[in-house]
Structure formats: C-alpha cells, structure tokens
Design a protein around this ligand. Structure first.
Ligand SMILES: C[S@@+](CC[C@H](N)C(=O)[O-])C[C@H]1O[C@@H](n2cnc3c(N)ncnc32)[C@H](O)[C@@H]1O
Length: 225
C-alpha cells in the first residue's frame, strides 16, 4: 500500500453497543431511535471522489476498512464505498481517508437495512459482504442485513454479470445465506473450496480467522444475465 495502515492503530477498546433498532429499516420503526445513522437518498459523487465518478465497488459492513483500503490501493482508478453502521469505525476510516488524501475511497455511516437508494441501477461491479455479524439467536435473526430486500437491492444495483461476494466463519450464517440465494434464484451461486482462486486482499476478520485456524466459507454470486 502507498501508506502503512499500522500508522492508524484500531482503537483497542471500542464501543460495541448500539441500539438494536439500528439494524432495522427506519420505515419499520414507530419512532426514530437516538443516534440512528443518517439516511441518504442521493450522494453527490463529484464531491467525494477525486475522479467525480460513482463507486464501482461496495463493501457492506466494512468494519474498520482493512479490506477496503487495500482493495482501493490495488485499484487506484476505481471508486469503492464502505458502508458501516457503527460510529467508531466510521470515524476511524474518515481519519485515514482524510489524512492520506485517498481520492478513490469513501465511507458512510449507514444501516444497509434501509436499502441503497443512493446507488444507481446496474452501476456496481462487485459487492463485498464479508463476515457479517451472525446474530445467532432466533429472536435476533431479523437484525441480519442479509434478507430478501437486501438480495433484491444487490440485484438492482449490480451490473449484468456483476458479483456479490460472501465470506463468513459462521456455518449457520453460510447455510442461511445459501438457502436464501437458492430461493431467490437470480444469481449463479458458486461455493468455493479453500484452494479455489480468490484474488482479494484479506479483511480484518479473515486475518483473525487465519491466525486462529478458524475455517470460513466463500461464495461468489453472479447476477444472471
Ligand atoms: C464482523 S464485522 C466484519 C467487518 C469486515 N467486513 C471484516 O471482514 O473484517 C461486521 C460489520 O458489519 C457492520 N454491520 C452490521 N450490520 C450492519 C448494517 N445493517 N449496515 C451496515 N453495517 C452493518 C458491523 O458494525 C461490523 O462492523
């Protein structure tokens, strides 16, 4: 990378807690919870990216942006948008973007439960959805961003032949996602083996899994033409 991300240590003690309603679409809530992330109908891309163009890549639930920064560095002519619900990772990423004057990276604090109205139809080449929060308990599964409206939205914004890429270290989440993709039936779904080709930088959670020898699944979902 053009800069070392180690220059920006991730805060050791960071606040995990946010209101559970933050994971729910605002349209489904009776009142706006305190600190609910802002909604966006439109983003003026010429004000956020150096080349003035819209993003080609989305990193949904990007955390502290470990993957996003490496990917942006490898693809300097293409724009990537990181979407993250929590304030602290968002502040961290903004600081890196500003201090390093990164012209092809932008991030928003936003809950993807509210869909992606600020993204044009068929404008995105790849959506990265890596290591989502698992929400194991049955009563919490409604907090998972990966649901039918999410798949419909991914399908809408992806170019024909574009890809939704998934990684998770939670077998239950993997099965849930694959099942939903089968029902939706608008993506060609390929479940990868460990040794299969994967030409992407590691995410922070992926680095953690590799260090701990924790297995994880990868799925490539190509938008059917
Ligand atoms: C386990 S972390 C993984 C981060 C990163 N993708 C990685 O692989 O290292 C999941 C991230 O998704 C974010 N997230 C969860 N629900 C979200 C939502 N509805 N909208 C946006 N981000 C969300 C969480 O705050 C968290 O940072």
């Amino acid at each position: 990378m053009a800069f070392t991300i180690e220059k920006y240590p991730i805060p050791k003690r960071f606040r995990h807690h946010i209101s559970p309603n933050t994971y729910i679409a605002l349209s489904e809530l009776k009142k706006v919870p305190e600190f609910y992330p802002p909604l966006y109908e439109n983003i003026e891309w010429s004000e956020v990216y150096k080349n003035g163009l819209p993003p080609k890549y989305l990193d949904i639930g990007c955390g502290f942006g470990g993957f996003m920064f490496k990917f942006a560095d490898l693809n300097p002519n293409d724009n990537i948008l990181g979407i993250e619900i929590r304030q602290q990772p968002y502040d961290y990423m903004l600081e890196v973007i500003e201090k390093e004057s990164l012209g092809n990276v932008h991030t928003i604090r936003y809950s993807v439960a509210n869909k992606l109205p600020f993204i044009e139809n068929e404008s995105i080449e790849k959506i990265f959805y890596f290591f989502p929060d698992p929400w194991y308990k049955k009563k919490h599964t409604k907090r998972r961003a990966f649901n039918l409206p999410f798949l419909e939205e991914c399908f809408r914004v992806l170019k024909k032949g574009g890809e939704l890429l998934l990684q998770t270290d939670v077998p239950e989440v993997h099965e849930y996602q694959v099942e939903m993709l089968k029902d939706y039936n608008k993506f060609e779904v390929t479940q990868l083996n460990k040794e299969d080709y994967w030409d992407y930088p590691s995410t922070n959670q992926e680095v953690f899994c590799i260090r701990k020898e924790r297995p994880f699944d990868r799925v490539v979902c190509m938008k059917k033409i």
